[in-house]
Design a protein around this ligand. Structure first.
Ligand code: 1HN
Length: 346
């Protein structure tokens, strides 16, 4: 592209005058709008669970889940301070629910995922079905479905929330409402959705597929077994062993706005440089390692969370066998024909 046209006195005077008429000169801003490659305020960042866990528990002494509605500490990207965002389109937070607590039922157009980080045995209810959550489980709350959470276990439970809040905000399509009671009535047995849709089968004459997978808990035990079984086969040099969570009717992403996947990196594995246009949030489930993001090293271990911005090279080095959960807005980019990746250095 050409150089930015000089801001001569006559031009600046003109810009000032047209500004009063809510007009602006494109040629003065064009190069910042249409960049040769993605330019992002999002920065690579890692949250060490050991560092932030005390604050999560302290929040539990300051406010109840009920008063807060959702007791969450937002993981704010340092490049997006005050914006409640971890990437430009996605929000992430760590939610605490203490034994005996209830996070009251509500629904909203934002889609949510939960990825269990600590504790076991709390439940989330979606549209009348409860699912008990264990570490590493990937749980979905589809857009506009009533959901509440409760903890019948005897220990605190913490999970990573991922929502498409900034995306929904950009489109101005946020709708939300509470349910008249704290908990939505339970109408189906636990495990109903998984039994109906989660065995590589779906009900004969099933209703047309909705945008979001009807399986709303993808248990870690199953996903982990799938990765373990692949261990003897070829490994993608840039991605490791990576499986995406799919919608059983369509084979497409499990959620329309958030793409989710699980990666296994064998002991000592070093991925070849990789970049893609979808800024990605990673939650470490097992193992330790170092990810070099845009040349900057980030050492991680279980329960840590880190973010890789759009179009920045990442190299993962697993010191011992590692499992990483990842999510991004890739389904949105793919649907719009915008998603790109690059394997290897330029
Ligand atoms: C929400 O509904 C949950 O249901 C968690 O657990 C985090 C952040 C913003 C808006 C709604 C939940 C949320 C949220």
């Amino acid at each position: 592209m050409h150089a930015v046209p000089a801001r001569t006195n006559a031009r600046v005077d003109f810009y000032e005058r047209i500004g009063h008429h809510d007009l602006a000169p494109l040629w003065d801003v064009l190069r910042g709008l249409v960049t040769p490659e993605p330019v992002t305020p999002v920065v690579p960042h890692l949250w060490r669970y050991a560092d932030i866990r005390p604050f999560i528990l302290e929040a539990g002494e300051l406010i109840t889940a009920k008063e807060a509605e959702r007791r969450v500490l937002i993981l704010e990207n340092p490049g997006l301070k005050g914006k409640s965002a971890i990437t430009r389109t996605l929000y992430a937070g760590l939610q605490l629910i203490l034994p005996g607590e209830v996070a009251p039922a509500h629904r909203h157009t934002q889609s949510a995922l939960r990825f269990v980080v600590e504790g076991s045995g709390a439940f989330t209810a979606v549209d009348g079905e409860r699912t008990v959550m264990r570490p590493g489980d990937f749980v979905i709350t589809p857009s506009w479905t009533y959901h509440d959470h409760g903890n019948d276990s005897d220990r605190p439970m913490v999970w990573l929330d991922g929502l498409d809040i900034p995306l929904v905000q950009a489109l101005d399509v946020s709708f939300a409402e509470g349910y008249p009671a704290d908990q939505h009535p339970v109408t189906r047995a636990p495990g109903d959705s998984l039994a109906r849709f989660g065995s590589g089968m779906v009900p004969l004459d099933a209703e047309p597929a909705r945008k979001t997978s009807p399986v709303f808990n993808y248990p870690y035990a199953r996903s982990r077994d799938a990765l373990a079984a692949l261990h003897k086969g070829p490994i993608d040099p840039h991605r490791g062993l990576a499986l995406k969570y799919v919608h059983p009717h369509t084979g497409d992403w499990a959620m329309p706005t958030i793409g989710t996947f699980l990666t296994l990196l064998p002991t000592g594995f070093v991925t070849a440089p990789y970049r893609s246009t979808d800024a990605t949030v990673y939650a470490v489930v097992e193992g330790t390692g170092v990810s070099t993001i845009g040349g900057q090293p980030f050492a991680w271990g279980p329960q840590d969370i880190f973010v890789v911005p759009s179009w920045v090279d990442v190299v993962h080095h697993a010191s011992d066998e590692a499992v990483l959960f990842g999510f991004s807005d890739r389904p949105v980019q793919e649907a719009l024909g915008l998603w790109r990746e690059r394997r290897g250095a330029a």
